[in-house]
Every structure is written in structure tokens, then in C-alpha cells.
Design a protein around this ligand. Structure first.
Ligand SMILES: *[C@@H]1O[C@H](CO)[C@@H](O)[C@H](O)[C@H]1NC(C)=O
Ligand SMILES: *[C@@H]1O[C@H](CO)[C@@H](O)[C@H](O)[C@H]1NC(C)=O
Ligand SMILES: *[C@@H]1O[C@H](CO)[C@@H](O)[C@H](O)[C@H]1NC(C)=O
Ligand SMILES: [Zn+2]
Length: 419
């Protein structure tokens, strides 16, 4: 398998501490007719109410109070909110989290499993080993390119966001927690121009090598930051760093946080542009081949808002996408149809006020305990995330079915040293 020998430290900037998050974009007070997440799902216990009308004063994005509330580096799962641990315990005791051993790896190499656990088999089904779980997103619909960028926000995001704005495009941003702390201005710009905020973990580890608790902490803090900084929006999608997920990790993401796992079907390897890996010329050739090639399935191309070079390869390829009549759309909008977040249609739509309540709801029987819980219709337009259940899958409305298939590569290590 692939061995990642290159280790890159991204560009750093210090956080600007003086901008205001006025929540001007947040429409609140209207309860839509549908809630895009099972109301009895444990996720409702994890993030207490969202929008400004919840009566809570949220720290200004980028302010010292805002950043001080989050882990500076790898989160300590022993110090995470009790609700998250309770939700994990409930999912484990309900047998919703497969008991697959934690994988191990040498630095920057693919995780391996103990003998008897085939990473390509249906029990483990590791995306690193190209096993496709049908509950995960690998492909785009025909004729469609789902636009997304990993590892932001970064200083290089500014150029990308300007370009996207000029072309009336928005993207899904798979964000790294420590980069959000370092680059809040880019985060705010991406959100306010309508970009969809999604999770790429707090410090970019190989997730299959982490304990259940550490997986929860990596996802939970990133979700909480996005939730508390975007008027209460709960992300719906996450992409594992290096594409490294397996049935245990994806079940935790789904069962504890309601997150759907997103991989990709083409990889530019643009993360290595600045470290002697691939070149702009090679990416140009790959892009040309993909964009002028078959349109079924559509394209989910792995790209990074990591460096000026990686952003430039997207900008160079974009005209060819248009020339070849591809439909281009933010990946989260493409997959969700109606709701890029679990409780909001997009970065500018209404945030659902009800549904996220502080209670340790555990199963459907506990949902009625909350005054604000009412039965709502199931999600619409999200058939990909609500396939039928099988024995190893998480239960009922959020379940997925499990099969195998190809593709999964390495991404990139992004550590930001906070000073
Ligand atoms: C996020 O907001 C909730 C209230 O919705 C608050 O309880 C929590 O402390 C906030 N988290 C951080 C890290 O500031
Ligand atoms: C490849 O490079 C050529 C020459 O700069 C440019 O005209 C073309 O648009 C590029 N194509 C892609 C897909 O980046
Ligand atoms: C969840 O349900 C299980 C089994 O019904 C029970 O043992 C456990 O205590 C419950 N947990 C919570 C947090 O309510
Ligand atoms: Zn990444």
C-alpha cells in the first residue's frame, strides 16, 4: 500500500482577533415543517440549542474567548463533554458500533489490523483499502461535479473564495479544528458567502488508529466549533483525513453525531504540490482526462485549500468543467438535496430551533421526554444517507448498508502549531 513519506507543515497565520460575528445571516424564529434528523437521535443531546434566539451569548468568532474554549491541540477525550461520552456508551451498548480492533500504523503509513481482520472485508471495510461502504459518499450523480476542499481554513483560502465568488460558486469545506482557530477570517468569509461547513477532524489523525473515545473527541470539537460559530448549524458531513475510515469509525460518526462519511472518486494529490510530490502539469493532465471523460458517475475530486499552488490547480481546471457542460455544485448541496446541515438548508437558510435539546436521549422511547420534541417527517431528498439496515449497520432511520468497492488514498498531515 501507499506509504506517505512526505510530511508537510502548512503555512501559518495568527488569528485576527478583531472582527465581529454579528449573525446577520441567521434567520431564526421560524420552525420549518421538517427536521432533517431523527429527533430521538443522540445527536440532540450533544449540542444544546443553536441560534441566537436560544438566549445564549456566543463568543465572537476569532475572539480570545472564542478560541480559548477549544482544545489547542489533540483533544483529550477524558476531558470531553459528558453528553458525547454518554451518547457513545449508549451506541456501544445498543451494539451500533462494530467491535473492530483499533488499527495501528507507523508515522504516515497506512493503518493495519490484527490477523483475522481483513481491511477489505465486510466486517472492517476500510476506506483506506478501497472498501466502499454504501452508506458513504464516493461518487457524484451523473453529469455533476461536487465541489469540496479539504484542510481549510488556510491563508490560501482567500484566493479560492474570491475565485468562487467571482464565478457564483460555493463549495463544501472540510475543515480542520486547529486551522479554524488559526484562520477565523477565512472561516467567516467562506460561511458568509454561502459555503457549506463540514468536518475534517480537529487535528487530522488517522481515525482508524484512535480509540472510540478519541474518535468522538476529534469529531465532537470540530462540530461544536462549527455549531457555536454559525448560528447553531450542525454539520451533516465529514471527510476522514487520508480517507481513513472503517466500519467502526463511520458508525461512531453516524451514531454519535449524525455525520455521513464522504470520500472521493478522483484524487489530484494536490497536497504534495509544495513538497516535491506531484506537479501542476501532472494535475492539469489528470483534470483534463477526468473532465473530458465519461460523465457517469459524476466527479468528486479530492482537492485542498492548502496552498496557493493547490488552489491554482482548481482555478485552472474550472473553465474546462464549464466548457464540458458539467453541473458544478457544493458537495453537501449535491448530496443532501435539501439540507447541507442537519438542522438548516444551507449557510443562509433558517436554522431549526427545535430538535437539539439537552437530554441524554438514547432510544426512540426517550424522545418524548423533551417538550420541544415532536414527530416530524423523515428526511427528504437524502436517499443516499438513509439506505436500508443490515445486521452490522446502525439502526433504523440513520442506518446504512455495507458493501465493498474501490478507491481511497492518502491525503495530508496538517498540524498547525498554535503559538
Ligand atoms: C458552545 O455553545 C454551547 C451552548 O450552545 C455552550 O454550552 C458551550 O460551552 C459552547 N462551547 C464552547 C467551546 O464555547
Ligand atoms: C492546462 O494547462 C493549459 C495551459 O496553461 C490550460 O490552457 C488549460 O486550461 C489547463 N487545463 C486544466 C484542466 O487545468
Ligand atoms: C440506553 O439504553 C440502554 C439499554 O436500553 C441502557 O442500558 C442505558 O443505560 C441507556 N443509556 C442512557 C444514557 O439513557
Ligand atoms: Zn486532509
Amino acid at each position: 500500500m501507499l506509504l506517505l513519506t512526505l510530511f508537510v507543515l502548512p503555512l501559518l497565520t495568527s488569528a485576527s482577533l478583531d472582527f465581529r460575528d454579528d449573525h446577520a445571516h441567521t434567520a431564526a424564529g421560524i420552525l420549518p415543517g421538517s427536521w432533517h434528523h431523527r429527533t430521538d437521535h443522540p445527536v440532540h443531546a450533544l449540542f444544546k440549542r443553536g441560534p441566537e434566539t436560544d438566549g445564549i451569548t456566543y463568543a465572537e468568532v476569532g475572539s480570545p474567548a472564542w478560541s480559548a474554549a477549544y482544545p489547542a491541540r489533540t483533544p483529550d477525550s477524558k476531558a470531553m463533554p459528558k453528553e458525547w461520552l454518554d451518547a457513545l456508551k449508549a451506541a456501544v451498548s445498543a451494539s451500533h458500533i462494530p467491535a473492530i480492533p483499533v488499527a495501528t500504523n507507523l508515522p504516515n503509513s497506512n493503518p493495519t489490523y490484527p490477523a483475522g481482520f481483513d481491511p477489505k472485508g465486510t466486517v472492517v471495510c476500510s476506506a483506506t483499502y478501497k472498501c466502499r461502504n454504501s452508506g458513504d459518499i464516493w461518487d457524484a450523480p451523473d453529469n455533476t461535479i461536487g465541489i469540496s476542499f479539504d484542510d481549510g481554513p488556510q491563508p490560501a483560502s482567500d484566493k479560492l473564495l474570491t475565485f468562487l465568488k467571482e464565478h457564483t460558486e460555493t463549495a463544501t469545506h472540510f475543515l480542520i479544528g486547529v486551522n479554524l482557530i488559526s484562520n477565523p477570517n477565512e472561516f467567516k468569509t467562506a460561511f458568509e458567502m454561502g459555503g457549506d461547513m463540514a468536518v475534517h477532524t480537529w487535528t487530522h489523525p488517522y481515525m482508524t488508529t484512535l480509540s472510540n473515545e478519541d474518535v468522538v473527541a476529534q469529531l465532537g470539537w470540530t462540530m461544536e466549533l462549527i455549531h457555536n460559530s454559525t448560528g447553531g448549524r450542525v454539520p451533516k458531513f465529514w471527510r476522514p483525513p487520508f480517507g481513513d475510515s472503517d466500519n467502526r469509525v463511520r458508525a461512531i460518526a453516524k451514531e454519535v453525531f449524525g455525520l455521513t462519511t464522504v470520500i472521493w472518486n478522483q484524487d489530484t494529490e494536490d497536497w504534495s504540490l509544495t513538497s516535491g510530490g506531484t506537479t501542476a502539469k501532472v494535475i492539469n493532465a489528470s483534470m483534463t482526462k477526468w473532465i473530458t471523460g465519461p460523465k457517469s458517475p459524476g466527479l468528486i475530486i479530492l482537492e485542498h485549500e492548502l496552498s496557493d499552488q493547490s488552489v491554482a490547480t482548481f482555478m485552472a481546471a474550472y473553465p474546462l468543467m464549464k466548457l464540458n457542460n458539467w453541473k458544478t455544485i457544493s458537495l453537501a448541496q449535491m448530496v443532501s438535496g435539501t439540507s447541507a446541515y442537519q438542522n438548516a438548508p444551507s449557510s443562509s437558510g433558517t436554522v431549526t430551533l427545535a430538535g437539539i435539546v439537552a437530554s441524554n436521549s438514547n432510544s426512540s422511547s426517550s424522545a418524548s421526554k423533551s417538550a420541544s420534541d415532536t414527530k416530524r417527517p423523515s428526511p427528504t431528498g437524502s436517499s443516499k444517507t438513509s439506505a436500508s439496515a443490515t445486521s452490522t449497520a446502525p439502526s433504523s432511520a440513520l442506518s446504512v448498508s455495507w458493501t465493498a468497492g474501490p478507491t481511497a488514498l492518502l491525503c495530508f498531515i496538517a498540524f498547525v502549531m498554535l503559538t
